[in-house]
Design a binder for this molecule. Structure first.
Ligand code: MFK
Length: 227
């Protein structure tokens, strides 16, 4: 079902995008997973290259993504320093190891720090009704896209307090979609955001959402035994 995009993957690595961050301070050597792999469809690779080209002028930035969350460091700090000091909890979107079977995605952050776009291919493990992605998978995609935006706005840990989604059209399994999120309002610890999920040609609006995130104290790292 999945057409390999080996050339795209090789090109990404050639651009240094697949390189793990420096490991001097690391207790793990994380692999950046927000790059093409053999599970990415041709359409996913094509859109990824398009977003990379758009990012070339500095208006957008691809956010590296690892199997474990780094939630004790603000995302913007993680991006700036490019190092991992401790392994975090396993990232829900990265919980399926098989390439192409679950969420395949890359998130881009706008230079304003107030907007994120997530390019995502929804694999067969995310099926709900036959041939279509489960609504919970769409909610996860939206929560993570707006959550990343809220992190960038807050420059601190945030939690979803409220997420309201209108599902407008079913998303076929294997589809490549773009979740486009922006901050609408920032009031103290409260960050209000919106999100639209569309196909890559912007012909179909699959879902629209509003969210409220609350800035919280940084959580403590999990005990080593649970890693
Ligand atoms: C790919 C990378 C992904 C990275 C992004 C991460 C995305 C994923 C994020 C998640 O999924 S987090 C998991 C799901 N969320 C939770 O489990 C949150 C559970 N709820 C809580 O822990 C607390 O209720 C919460 C931290 C949200 C708020 O508790 P606080 O004690 O910090 O807030 P507080 O009660 O002091 O309220 C602060 C303000 O927020 C408002 N507020 C809090 N919860 C609200 C709510 N649910 N609805 C509306 N307003 C709310 C509250 O009214 C108040 O407004 P004012 O300042 O104007 O008075």
């Amino acid at each position: 079902m999945w057409r390999s995009c080996g050339a795209g993957a090789r090109a990404a690595v050639a651009h240094g995008l697949g390189r793990a961050p420096p490991t001097a301070l690391c207790s793990v050597s994380p692999q950046d997973l927000a790059v093409p792999n053999t599970g990415w469809s041709a359409a996913m690779c094509e859109q990824f290259q398009r977003l990379l080209r758009r990012a070339a002028d500095g208006s957008w930035r691809r956010i590296p993504s690892y199997r474990r969350g780094l939630d004790y460091l603000p995302e913007v700090v993680q991006m700036a320093v490019g190092v991992v000091t401790r392994p975090g909890p396993r990232l829900f979107l990265r919980s399926v190891d098989e390439e192409g079977a679950g969420f395949e995605y890359a998130i881009f952050l706008h230079a304003s720090g107030h907007r994120t776009q997530c390019l995502c291919q929804l694999g067969p493990y995310l099926e709900g009704h036959h041939g279509f992605a489960h609504g919970g998978a769409i909610a996860t995609l939206i929560d993570s896209t707006v959550g990343t935006c809220a992190l960038a706005v807050a420059k601190a840990s945030v939690m979803t307090a409220k997420l309201s989604i209108s599902y407008l059209a079913p998303v076929p399994v294997g589809a490549v979609v773009v979740a486009d999120s922006r901050m609408e309002r920032h009031e103290g610890r409260k960050i209000f955001l919106s999100c639209h999920v569309r196909d890559t040609k912007r012909d179909t609006l699959y879902a629209e959402a509003t969210a409220l995130f609350i800035q919280v104290e940084d959580t403590k790292p999990p005990p080593a035994a649970s890693l």
